[in-house]
Design a protein around this ligand. Structure first.
Ligand SMILES: [Ca+2]
Length: 188
């Protein structure tokens, strides 16, 4: 992993912001604040926070921490691996070449079990679905099922103990990458 050249900060506005640091080798901390922001990180190890609104976040290269905040966010992993947290809302994630961790709390997926959050490009045995252990009630559990119409689509259904509802995360894998199994899911 390359060394970062410098730490830099970029802060957006309450409106819709567009920023592209894809040519930068610095490590950026970017805060989009409210509005529907489009935020592209660079080659360094960036921390990108979309804030409120429906944000589009791309990590670029490096090992990035990418957080969507509230709203319906789209987050593209960096090529060097990412920690990705969509926050609340209906979010879509695309995994990259590195080791990606997709973090979910009990308010980051829908309460109706319809799978509003969708992970694409998940690599079984490499990437992780991380369930916030301090977010879900003790005794919560999950089960994994395979789509009956798409062999590369899996559903991770989380049963929140003490509630009569479940959350479902749809997880798509590339053809030939194998199946999502319990070892891909961690309480973290
Ligand atoms: Ca980056």
């Amino acid at each position: 992993m390359r060394a970062d050249m410098a730490n830099q900060t970029w802060t957006g506005t309450a409106g819709a912001d567009l920023v592209n640091k894809s040519l930068s080798t610095d490590a950026w901390t970017m805060n989009g604040l409210a509005g529907n922001d489009t935020l592209y990180g660079g080659k360094g190890n960036d921390v990108i926070n979309g804030g409120a609104g429906n944000d589009y976040i791309g990590g670029g290269a490096g090992y990035d921490t990418l957080s969507g905040g509230s709203g319906n966010d789209t987050i593209i992993a960096s090529s060097g691996g990412s920690i990705i947290d969509g926050g609340s809302g209906r979010d879509r994630f695309l995994g990259g070449a590195g080791t990606d961790t997709f973090r979910f709390s009990n308010n980051s997926t829908s309460a109706d079990g319809t799978g509003s959050d969708h992970v694409m490009g998940f690599t079984p045995g490499v990437d992780k679905i991380a369930l916030f252990a301090n977010s879900w009630n003790p005794g919560s559990s999950f089960e994994i099922s395979q789509s009956s119409v798409n062999a590369n689509l899996f559903y991770v259904k989380v049963f929140d103990e003490g509630h009569d509802w479940t959350d479902t995360i749809a997880v798509g894998v590339k053809s030939g990458d194998g199946a999502v199994t319990a070892s891909d899911i961690i309480w973290a």
